[in-house]
Design a protein around this ligand. Structure first.
Ligand SMILES: [Zn+2]
Length: 61
C-alpha cells in the first residue's frame, strides 16, 4: 500500500484550510497576500495594505 500513499494529494489545500480560516487580501502596495488581524477587525473592509510600511510608502508616489 505504500506505493499508493497519497503523499502529495491536496496537501496544499489542507494547509490552506488549516492555517487560514481568516479572510485574506492582496496588499495594494507590495502585492502580497495578508491575513485578517485583530487590529483591523473594525475596519477590515478599508484595509488595503499589509503593513504600516506599505501604507506609508503609498504616499511617496
Ligand atoms: Zn504590502
Amino acid at each position: 500500500m505504500v506505493a499508493f500513499a497519497p503523499f502529495f494529494v491536496d496537501s496544499f489545500d489542507y494547509d490552506m484550510h488549516k492555517k487560514t480560516n481568516l479572510p485574506q487580501k492582496i496588499c495594494m502596495r507590495c502585492g502580497r497576500p495578508f491575513s485578517w488581524r485583530k487590529k483591523w477587525e473594525k475596519h477590515w473592509d478599508e484595509v488595503k495594505y499589509c503593513s504600516e510600511r506599505c501604507r506609508r510608502n503609498k504616499d511617496k508616489q
